[in-house]
Design a binder for this molecule. Sequence first.
Ligand SMILES: Cc1cc2nc3c(=O)[nH]c(=O)nc-3n(C[C@H](O)[C@H](O)[C@H](O)COP(=O)(O)OP(=O)(O)OC[C@H]3O[C@@H](n4cnc5c(N)ncnc54)[C@H](O)[C@@H]3O)c2cc1C
Length: 424
Amino acid sequence: MQSLKLSWCLTKAARLTARAYGREFGVFSPTKQGSVKSLLSAGAALCRGNFQSARHRHHVAIVGSGPAGYYTAQKLLKGHSEVVVDIYEKLPVPFGLVRFGVAPDHPEVKNVINTFTTTAHNERCNFFGNVELGKDVSLQDLREAYTAVVLCYGAAEDRQLGIPGEDLPNVLSARSFVGWYNGLPQDAQLAVNLQCEAAVVLGHGNVALDVARILLTPTKLLEKTDISEQALETLRGSRVQRVYIVGRRGPLQVAFTIKELREMTQLPDTRTVINPSDVDGLDKCIQDLPRPRRRLTDLMYKSAVSPGDKHVAAWKEASREWHLVFQRSPLQVLQDGDGQVKGIELAVNRLEVDSSGNPRAIATDAKEIIDCGLVLRSIGYRGLPLGHDVPFNATKGVIENENSRIKNEKGDFSVLCAMRFNRR
Ligand SMILES: Cc1cc2nc3c(=O)[nH]c(=O)nc-3n(C[C@H](O)[C@H](O)[C@H](O)COP(=O)(O)OP(=O)(O)OC[C@H]3O[C@@H](n4cnc5c(N)ncnc54)[C@H](O)[C@@H]3O)c2cc1C
């Protein structure tokens, strides 16, 4: 372990992290410690576990520097004065999806970075960028060197639709689309074609509403955000007039939150279209719902059935519109003679309560088609495998674990961790 750890500390983590982020994150700053050389020996000492002195008896490795990683570090450092935390991150920069996932018109969501930076400045917290678990180091290596290993490496892979036409151009992952408008290098070259009048977004979560909002927001407003120049230019030439946000279940099962829904209903020059029959009867059960769900459902109901005068006037004049579509599952993406997306075929679902009381979408024989030239899928994410020594369930896209603990053959544990970065 020592030589391996030493070599990657010297090469990747130390050099790159030192140069790029040393100043920001303190402990391994070349300016503080004089030179990259001293930084390397500090890294080496750390790798040999020399930090496990009497004062620092527990040395914890955290893999991943998103919200789960930094909240875990914060909790450990606050609650245990003897703990030292090393955060390993495959990218050169910390903060995971807080940096790359937040919509550019929601800059306040990124304020949580201030909290994470405070944690990063703690003298018992070290950050190693450009170190990938499964490639540069194995879980076994970390287990041997640390008291505990916490895996906070996010869910980096999109769930696929698994339907014909999914591979057509302009059938895109919403996550890549977000990366594209946020200037994430790996998504900068995403081929986004907005020369169509209608787009379909599959999924009823906040990411679905984020991408729909960006598609419909006047570019004059987006200019004031830190959206990527390239995306802004493409959006300026957009012909998209209608966005359909399609979910397989009903209004009581949506996963987006009221803030995002309210923003959609208030988009300039954009009409909200919710079929009143989809919310039929909801008024009778709204009062019994827990408060956040009650407010959300109430807004959906009123938007469909009795929008206020202000909305009625604004929506009448609007040149664009978005539709909230329920109980539909994608069957196939349709193409024209040139291999371009021309629509999506959907199954009409009914809801059936399963044995655990959850409403499940069951496809009926009824089908319908929405004409569109762009499909964005936002139906959830999966974890990726971390190398041969980490048991992985490829079907579910999760690491095999018992109550979030991963056992090895010796009975040692690592811990899996996931969380959101704000309450929405
Ligand atoms: C497009 C999008 C937008 C979102 N917007 C919001 C929002 O506005 N508000 C909100 O509360 N939630 C939002 N979410 C949800 C939120 O991003 C996640 O719930 C949260 O980021 C999960 O935190 P995490 O630390 O588990 O994962 P991540 O934020 O994904 O962080 C995981 C980190 O681990 C690193 N990593 C991965 N594999 C390895 C490896 N093998 N070795 C080392 N490092 C590795 C990654 O580079 C990354 O930095 C959004 C999600 C998406 C997909």
